[in-house]
Design a protein around this ligand. Structure first.
Ligand code: ZN
Length: 163
């Protein structure tokens, strides 16, 4: 196999947070990178707009935690919608409780404390686990939490199976 030579700018061509999309051109979408001090981190528009640390000039550890959590939440929501993931009944019940909870660090910590063996064995709990960390810097209705909210709501109120 022959390695295809990469364009020297390829490494800088994707968002520093998600590595999926191209950085936005707008200067306000840039943030100081904590990883490479002195270099401006480049963020795509969705990451720049939605990251939990967006009010800080620096990329925070919480931003990376959020990115990983959002990725997992989106993948699980896709798997659920496509029928590739069938949650346990207990996961539906746990999601129902979580959906009705006002999300604070303490409230989500309490939900995670003893969720039951089926929930512990399932996939949903692994998406929710980093949530208390994020709730130290953002609140319940924050837009950064929309993908996780959407997942929890979909599980809390399962509709008819899609064709
Ligand atoms: Zn991004």
């Amino acid at each position: 196999m022959t390695a295809i030579p990469r364009h020297p700018y390829d490494t800088a061509a994707t968002c520093d947070l998600c590595h999926d999309r191209r950085p936005a051109a707008a200067p306000e979408a840039t943030a100081q990178s904590a990883i490479t001090p002195g270099r401006r981190a480049l963020l795509c528009a969705p990451c720049g707009d939605d990251r939990p640390g967006r009010s800080h000039p620096d990329l925070l550890a919480e931003d990376f935690t959020w990115r990983a959590m959002t990725r997992r939440a989106t993948r699980l929501a896709d798997d659920y919608a496509a029928g590739r993931w069938l949650p346990y009944e207990e996961e539906h019940r746990w999601a129902h409780g979580l959906a009705r909870t006002y999300w604070t660090r303490d409230a989500v910590d309490a939900a995670l404390h003893d969720p039951g063996s089926y929930v512990r064995a399932g996939r949903l709990v692994r998406v929710v686990q980093p949530l208390p960390t994020l709730l130290t810097i953002i609140g319940d209705g924050d837009r950064a939490l929309r993908p996780v909210r959407a997942l929890v709501d979909a599980l809390a109120h399962p509709g008819p199976t899609r064709p």
